[in-house]
Write a protein that binds this ligand. Structure first.
Ligand code: SF4
Length: 427
């Protein structure tokens, strides 16, 4: 009801006119500034935008493909790298990386878009982007406490495709497909498997569950990667969810803007912007992902009024130091993405080579908080194994209580007292 009223109000609200601006020096300034937008030359507008590194890769590995094809997301999906033979054509696989003909297979398949592959260093197996998508032998070492579904999502699933763990929101897993598979994926037990029921008919029980559960005011659409689906499926889902009176907001969790920015087309943006309030949580891993293509994609989404947040998994040897994380968070803010969550890596099977001690995450947050803008500090959380949900982890800033004062320390480790509730009147 509230949503309907808001919509009505938005429809009837008159456009802001110049006279409504507060009195200021604006008219004088206007006289001196030409506000006419500078049009982009038509030729420049139509030119596919490919950064030099990706262009080199295209010319070297897809000599017959055109730049226009490279910029098509369907072409990117069709030409993705899906096996070790193909990867061997573009990389020198190291001793620790799995090679073809070794007869070893992991339950998480390989899939990397040509665009994302173009960001990989072919010679350096330690390069962060390479480590996050190329399978290594460490994945076959199962350590204590690791599970295929450590978050127990399957236990909290009242109907297929829905995880209902928190009181007012649900996770709606709409596909098991991603354009690029991350080797540390929390949902490696379900992505690329036939566990996830996909398609308009298969979603029906989940949609009915949401319709029949008035406490659900927030739906997070995830997977897999929902933005790998055709426009029509995305529009169908958003339309159905938006019509439910108690669903106040919709969120989409995706890595597409980072690994397949070509997918963020004008028609897709036109669909997304019809269903506000719609939030996008984008999975970013390392500053090397922040290419000109990604910047442009995020700017287009932000210009459509879609609030963008980031989610990052803390990964050993990939992004586990303050400088890298600061660079990533600053870079995200520059492209209008607000850092949202920093996740402790979940203990999926074969993840010990990716997992850092929790003290590392605390050290990173301590290295950000106070040292840079609060907008650049994500919430560091552990998704509690066994289905406990996200638990925030913070450095110790609260040191205890002394009579009527609480004791605090700041980012420089200086100590302060704050007068707690004023129970004793001052004399
Ligand atoms: S994009 Fe997300 S769901 Fe897909 S493989 Fe990576 S972490 Fe898993």
């Amino acid at each position: 009801m509230e949503k309907a009223q808001n919509e009505k109000a938005a429809e009837t609200k008159p456009e802001v006119v110049e006279e409504e601006e507060p009195p200021s020096k604006l008219p004088q300034i206007r006289n001196r500034i030409a506000f006419k937008p500078i049009p982009e030359p038509q030729a420049e507008k139509d030119k596919p935008k490919i950064s030099p590194k990706s262009l080199d890769f295209l010319q070297k590995h897809f000599p017959t493909a055109t730049e226009k094809e490279w910029c098509s997301w369907q072409w990117q999906l069709r030409n993705s790298y899906t096996d070790l033979h193909q990867l061997q054509q573009i990389l020198h696989l190291s001793d620790n990386e799995v090679k073809p003909l070794q007869g070893i297979t992991n339950s998480l398949p390989i899939r990397i878009t040509p665009y994302y592959a173009s960001l990989i260093d072919p010679e350096n197996p330690e390069q962060p982007i390479r480590r996050s998508v190329i399978p290594v032998f460490d994945e076959f070492i199962v350590s204590k406490g690791e599970r295929s579904d450590p978050l127990y999502e399957e236990h909290d699933s009242p109907v297929p495709n829905i995880v209902h763990r928190y009181p007012d929101r649900v996770l709606f897993l709409v596909t098991g497909f991603c354009s690029t598979y991350c080797r540390y994926c929390t949902r490696s037990h379900m992505v690329a498997k036939d566990k996830c029921h996909i398609g308009v008919k298969a979603w029906e029980p989940a949609l009915q569950y949401i319709e029949n559960t008035p406490s659900v005011r927030d739906v997070l659409i995830s997977g897999g990667d929902p933005l790998t689906m055709p426009d029509l499926n995305i529009a169908f889902l958003l339309n159905r969810l938006h019509k439910i009176p108690h669903v106040e907001m919709i969120r989409i969790g995706t890595k597409v803007p980072a690994v397949l920015p070509q997918r963020i087309t004008r028609p897709l943006i036109n669909i997304l912007k019809r269903y506000h309030p719609l939030y996008l949580s984008i999975h970013f891993t390392h500053p090397d992902e922040l290419t000109p293509e990604v910047r442009e994609t995020c700017e287009q989404l932000a210009n459509a009024g879609i609030p963008l947040g980031s989610q990052t998994v803390l990964l050993k040897g990939v992004n586990d130091d303050v400088e890298t994380m600061k660079m990533l968070m600053h870079g995200l803010l520059r492209i209008r993405v607000r850092p949202y969550y920093l996740y402790q890596c979940d203990p999926i099977l074969g993840s010990s080579h990716f997992r850092t001690p929790v003290s590392k995450g605390i050290e990173i947050i301590e290295g950000l908080r106070g040292h840079t803008t609060g907008y650049a500090v994500p919430q560091y959380v552990i998704d509690a194994p066994g289905g406990g949900g996200k638990i925030p982890i913070l450095p110790e800033y609260y040191l205890g209580k002394n009579d009527d004062h609480i004791l605090l320390r700041n980012y420089e480790n200086r100590h302060f007292e704050y007068p707690d509730a004023c129970t004793t009147p001052s004399e």
